[in-house]
Design a protein around this ligand. Sequence first.
Ligand code: AGP
Length: 615
Amino acid sequence: MCGIIAVTGQGATVEVLTSGLKRLEYRGYDSAGIVVCDENGLFSRLRVAQGKNSLDRLDSDAKESEFGSIISGIGHTRWATHGGPTLFNAHPHIDCNGTISVVHNGIVENFRELKDDLISRGHIFSSETDTEVIAHLLEESLISKGSLVEAVSSIAPIMRGAMSFVAISSTEPGVLVGFKRMAPMVIGRASNTWFIASDIPAILDRAEVFYHLEDDHLVCVTGGGAEIFNLEGDSVDLVEFPVTWSLESAEKSGFDDFMSKEILEQPGALRDTLAGRLASSGELILDETTSDPDSLARINKVFIVACGTSYHAGMVAKYAIEHWTKVPVELDISSEFRYRDPVVDERTLVVAVSQSGETLDTLAALHEAKNLGAQTLAVCNVVGSSMARLADTVMYTRAGPEVGVAATKTHTAQIGALLLLALNLARTKGQLYPSEIDALYEELTLVPAKIQEVLNSWDAIGEVAKRFSGSSRFYFIGRHVGYPVALEGALKLKEISYLPAEGYPAGELKHGPIAMLDEMAVVVAIATRTRLYEKIVSNIEEVRARDSSVIIIGNPGDEGQANLGESFISVPRVHPLFAPLVDVVPLQIFAYHMARNLGMDVDRPRNLAKTVTVE
Ligand code: AGP
């Protein structure tokens, strides 16, 4: 969740660093900083902490500082993990002599013992961060090693944890050394200018060519080129990859915020997810696979691992896969999966669902699944992300970049991709006739237009939100596939409005949550015509009997379900297993309006970051 940018060569300027950091702002940060190096190896450091517009401050401070021409520089946005969000904890960090500087993403898990050792050898620390140990370790290592790249190579194995970092040394002006292990890092080039960044947007408008860096590899970059090495010191080929995202698509395109833009982009995003996925043989076209074509047929169990909104998409998939394929599906929150004893073997397909493809908990679960011998598949949105490279098979959701911290379009794209996967498993297992699969696929491709119908009710849903903007307690209820929708509706509201909101399977109300219902509570019921329609109608009656306010998400023709004074949001009726794609949209819009009415920053909710690369 921290952001890194580094530049060297002809085009290295302070502005490259500050504007690159600005493009990483959406990831969330609490402090930021840069170190620039001139051709004599002299460092200058600027840092800012906390408060709104810190990056603007960094930019104006940099302009006022009037640094002369620079040969290289590193920059960072920090989201505190070890040590508070203070100025002295802001990156870049330096060693005792101020001749080595480091920016870092992730966690050095054994930093305490490393720090104690370093202190016992006389090093003086000026921050509480785990990052600073890297600078001091390099300081020691450089005494015996001939170069920064050798020094980085020698300290990498002694640090535990998922991390990526870039180091510079005043003894080698113009040299950047980057290291990556289970945290994102990308290399870019534009003629004689080279970049290293944690995320593509940081250098999207600068680099013309992009290269991968694999885990446990390091890269040594100068204005003259880049060389990649593994930890044994062997040289590794630079592998170019295409970046098709335009800078414009990563910006707001005239909307007030990214969240509204991304909610409204859902029909197009889902169309892209579904487009051209079925071969004429009826087979699902996957994006990347190293598995043998028959391996899916051997599957006797599916295990889905994910976090947050991606987990809710995984829940929908469980209903679809079990219904269409009769293959049992287990579902786990990623951070739980790795710490229990999941029953997984080579006939299990472990599906990791993740927008970013970098969420550390899910990445670790995927590693665990591989260690246990399972077949693995990643459903993610970011091409070339760590999960995409680790899994045997990848299905990209193709929703385009999502900047708003609250996931919206990537959620519906995930559900679309997982429904395709379910249909493909049904084909492989011979549980559905090809004609049935074709018909379902056709029906699925009509869903984007249904989502557009919901989007047309944007203002009407805004009116409902206005009615409830004084309410302070929300319960979302649903049954069958309406249950994950209820959970997602509650999560969206919590994330961006900070209002207490819980999601429940409606049948569970009577086992506890009903005690909370009174005239102050607002209950949002997902009551579209899915499998348990009659039962959710009874659950709504239970709510009414407790005088709580009711908002119903229902299908046309069922408006009469709502009593006088209640709100009814109409959504088009679709196949019951496709309903979450449509039913979740009014809840996203409702959460959006509630948060805006309360004056919240919907794109950057407090305490949250877009990509959670810490455990
Ligand atoms: C979604 O609105 C949240 N920001 C969060 O729950 C997110 O879905 C979760 O952190 C998982 O992220 P991923 O999809 O990138 O793995």
